[in-house]
Design a protein around this ligand. Structure first.
Ligand SMILES: Nc1ncnc2c1ncn2[C@@H]1O[C@H](COP(=O)(O)OP(=O)(O)OP(=O)(O)O)[C@@H](O)[C@H]1O
Length: 582
């Protein structure tokens, strides 16, 4: 199949390895999708790589939009851990598992730029038919290995597109990103960074040779350019004597402290359970997002775990010792939103506390503010929020003293914001401000792990019990559409465990909402209030009973806080004047 084509020695050697391993080019490549426990290990092991790469990938993204290119980061085992780029091409790429969570090691995927660059430890370009497996031959890929300052192989940066769009610039770009990463490691790890002059004028357009030194002027790191000049053996030796003025100190880090990959451990977050690949991808994104400070936008239907995700990002990041403040934007009346978010001075409006009040942004201090249901905010409030995010200061209502804010912003919505933008209900500029990292949570009906998740939740709800879910009950759970997602699953399981009286959960204990529930309304309508009327009455009673505490009222009603907020808005039921619960 490859006869007569001119291919590089690197590619030829890779084919030989594939043949020697008995890989069959006409069969499908082996798709290895990583497990949850492996994801945790990967995050832990690649903390520094991920943290350092994300800003570079962010900068690449706009250039790749609408070009049918994607950029990928893989770890040193070939596991893809980050992707950015054109979603149209990303969809094609997914067909061959060129996506987060898949392993592109040569042993699984045959000759390919990622796997082959990892083996050869040099930049590799693999064009169309040079891919070993036929199914990958629609691709053209360029990859460059990424090395730490001490020369350890950390992973690969890769750019892929359709084979027709092959362009040498992709190779230049991946090499530049890999070089830039290595330089960043050098700056982060060495106490002092020194630039050597270029060997001659012809190489002056190449990257600057850099050496990293410790406090005793011993070489602890060099970039590839310096390695070409001095050789890898200089690591550990003393800084060579150069003619006076030949070296330039680029940076003196002696007073800065950077976390090393080894010491910056990642805390586990066991509360977020699941094994479905879609969910795991989202979780991996969340765990990566925890390591950086970009804004995060979490998308998903009600009850899919958006708030729990936001908590995970907060707790796994460096802000975990500061507050996590959740604000439900849909629940705050338009005229109160600014005072809620930004605070107010004493006596600035009727009903305000005399001594004034700090807003949620300030209350979050150096922690995280979670803006839930952001898609339901009024346009006026959106404008105020945008100003705060741009200027990074809040001016409390009734004051003219702006105060700096330090909180990280995580937003979430169940709405499709691009549609909201088209309909004129959401500001495009605010959308782009919020969507640094976008995480889409799958609805429960699309998850492949409903049953293990149900078992997990049941164990959480009935600690110490060994009750299990019978086969018939499992069938009911698996076939249901779960409009209320995990929250609904939790409530169905609570009821089932209650009905089962500590025994195994059988089909009869599973009570799902369905068309049968509606019953014969025509007969009963005369004597009974409608479901809506009953619901409205129950909500009003719960609000009265709890003195307006929405969390407690939601618990009494056995519904989620956000569902309650939506229902309050739907039935136009107003809360007492305090909003402590928001
Ligand atoms: N993966 C998960 N593992 C265990 N429990 C989960 C998971 N995801 C969500 N839950 C639980 O499901 C319930 C709903 O989650 P959460 O409130 O985070 O959803 P949400 O998407 O923010 O909902 P809403 O949009 O209605 O506010 C919570 O009790 C949460 O603890």
């Amino acid at each position: 199949m490859w006869e007569g084509r001119e291919v590089s020695t690197i590619v030829q050697q890779s084919w030989k390895r594939c043949q020697a391993s008995n890989l069959k080019a006409t069969e499908n490549a082996y798709d290895q999708i990583i497990s949850m426990s492996r994801i945790k290990e990967i995050i832990r092991d690649n903390h520094l790589l991920i943290r350092t790469s994300l800003p570079l990938f962010e900068r690449l993204e706009p250039f790749l939009a609408n070009t049918e290119h994607i950029a990928l980061l893989a770890d040193s085992d070939g596991n893809i851990i980050h992707t950015v780029g054109d979603p149209t091409f990303a969809d094609h790429a997914q067909k061959v598992q060129l996506q987060i969570g898949a392993n592109w090691n040569e042993g699984f995927k045959g000759t390919n730029a990622i796997g082959t660059a990892l083996i050869e430890r040099v930049p590799v370009h693999v064009q169309g038919e040079q891919h070993y497996f036929l199914e990958n031959q629609f691709l053209t890929c360029s990859a460059s290995p990424v090395f730490s300052a001490a020369g350890e192989l950390l992973g690969v940066v890769n750019i892929s597109t359709r084979k027709e769009y092959n362009h040498p610039l992709a190779m230049t770009l991946v090499c530049m990103v890999a070089e830039s990463l290595q330089n960043r490691f050098l700056y982060a790890e060495a106490d002092r960074v020194v630039a050597l002059p270029h060997a001659d004028a012809r190489t002056s357009s190449r990257s600057l040779p850099l050496i990293g030194l410790d406090r005793d002027d011993r070489i602890v790191g060099i970039n590839e350019s310096a390695k070409k000049r001095l050789g890898a053996a200089v690591l550990g030796s003393e800084m060579p004597q150069l003619d006076k003025g030949m070296d330039r100190t680029m940076k003196d880090n002696r007073r800065r402290i950077w976390p090393s990959a080894k010491t910056a451990g990642v805390k586990p977050f066991p509360r977020l359970a699941g094994s479905c690949p879609h969910f795991l991808q989202a979780k991996l994104m969340g765990q990566k997002a925890a390591l950086v400070d970009f804004p995060v936008l979490i998308l998903g239907e009600s009850g899919t775990g958006k708030e729990l995700f936001a908590q995970m990002i907060h707790e796994m990041g460096s802000r975990s010792n500061a507050p996590f403040i959740a604000v439900n934007c849909s629940a705050i009346p338009e005229n109160l939103i600014e005072s809620e978010l930004f605070g107010y001075e004493g006596g600035s409006f009727t009903g305000a506390q005399r001594e004034g009040k700090i807003g949620k942004f300030e209350a979050a201090k150096k922690g995280t503010i979670f803006l839930d249901e952001i898609g339901d905010m009024s346009l006026r409030s959106q404008a105020a929020l945008l100003r705060v995010l741009q200027e990074k200061v809040v001016t409390p209502v009734g004051s003219n003293q702006p105060r700096p804010i330090h909180a990280r912003v995580i937003a979430a919505t169940h709405r499709h914001l691009p549609d909201e933008i088209k309909a004129g209900r959401f500001r495009a500029d605010l959308y782009y401000r919020l969507k640094g990292v976008m995480i889409q949570l799958p609805p429960l009906r699309q998850r492949t792990d409903i049953l293990p998740l149900a078992e997990h939740l049941l164990r959480q709800l009935t600690p110490g019990s060994s009750a299990s879910i019978s086969r018939e009950a499992q069938e009911l759970l698996a076939a249901y559409a779960w409009p209320g997602n995990i929250r609904e699953l939790q409530s169905v399981l609570i009821q089932a465990a209650f009905l089962a009286d500590g025994g195994d959960i059988e089909a009869v204990h599973i009570q799902l909402e369905g068309p049968d529930e509606a019953g014969d309304f025509s007969v009963r309508k005369q004597e009974l209030p409608s479901l809506k009327e009953s619901e409205m009455e129950a909500i009003k009673r719960a609000i009265r009973t709890t003195g307006g505490n929405v969390s407690q009222a939601a618990k009494l009603l056995q519904i989620g806080r956000n569902t309650l907020y939506r229902k309050l808005a739907e039935y136009r039921i107003s809360l007492p004047a305090t909003w402590e619960d928001v």
